[in-house]
Design a binder for this molecule. Sequence first.
Ligand code: 4AD
Ligand code: MG
Length: 432
Amino acid sequence: MNHITIVESKNHVGEEVEIGAWVANKRSSGKIAFLQLRDGSGFFQGIVVKSEVEEEVFQLAKSLNQETSILLTGVIQEDSRSKFGYEIVVKAIKVIGESHDYPITPKEHGTEFLMDHRHLWLRSSKQHAIMHIRNELILATYNFFNEEGFIKIDPPILTANAAEDSTELFHTQYFEQEAFLSQSGQLYMEAAAMAFGKVFSFGPTFRAEKSKTRRHLIEFWMIEPEMAFMDHEQSLEVQEKYVAYIVQSVLDNCSDALDVLERDKEVLKKYTELPYPRISYDDAVKLLNENGFDDITWGDDFGSPHETFIATQYDKPVFILNYPKAIKPFYMKPHPDRDDVVLCADLIAPEGYGEVIGGSEREVDFEALTQRIKDFGLKEEDYAWYMDLRKYGSVPHSGFGLGLERAVTWICGTEHIRESIPFPRLLNRIYP
Ligand code: 4AD
Ligand code: MG
């Protein structure tokens, strides 16, 4: 007999098969029991008909608790009433692992309760859909950058200096020396771009940000491409092409998951149309002031209400260009015509999901960068290796970082970023 997974049942209609599964839910009458089954590959229904099985099989089916693991044999048939389209008519059941008083029942539970049981909550159909979309974004990322001639390079996680903002660093001990967990691989990716031309990384990053919002994680995963001989304008074209590509991949390959999440595909289709609009930081401040935001003046960073307002002016992601130098990191190249702003952009997702990409052209001049390091109060000796990149064949280069969980949250249309990563690390949570 064939041992198959639920998702493979379409290839086995009319056959007797064996499946390992968990009982997600169950209802029964005197004559028939319906088992809602899941095995990781999918969800479908098992039907146990009293008159067609041994009495003890029917009694066992009726007694199965939620999340009991079972090995069942039966015949696959089409099921036109369900979206999945197939079900199994059960002949025999073997209990593998018992389950008693499973804490997550089909009733509503509060968020903190579900987060405390995240290790179990991951089994639900909604979480299943989100993790499949996350997986698709990762796959699409590798495909896109390989098709575009990039090579994947892995920067270190343990570092000796700050890449972004020293206040957000997690400190740790590296034998006798102090070290930090990476908050961005960028500086190493710049070295890699000088060696390999077009590179991208995908790895975990850590930020001790005291932000408790629906967009912030303490540990998140970032994709950081870096490109030699590329100015910022060209980088924006790569960014929008990449984002449109991952949205298209989800539309092509995760249709069922989008349905589970009740995500409107017509809305997502709009996000595959290029180019994305661009607005300067200057104009964004004016726009906000004209619309009653008097809490923002030139030089301030935007908060989420500001980003959301700007985003609602467009039906696609929007680039905000050229932020003030003082609110961006030391490595960004100043605008050639204006010393008070830098050649950078944030890509703001529609529908209030906030910044999904931060990117810039890098300062490549040795003297100018040395001055910037001093201005930011950073120690020159910490950046000696990084400065070498400006000594030996420095070239114009640009790069960006896309926060994976921000992108997952936006594409899934879920409310909070905590559901976009299997085990979220939040300001008040490192368990489970
Ligand atoms: O804008 P950020 O800080 O940019 C950098 O780290 C650059 N070094 C990237 C580069 O140019 N190579 O972060 C990039 C992205 C943000 O746009 C956002 O999507 C995500 O990382 N991000 C977070 N996601 C979840 N939780 C947080 N606390 C995040 N902080 C940033
Ligand atoms: Mg940013």
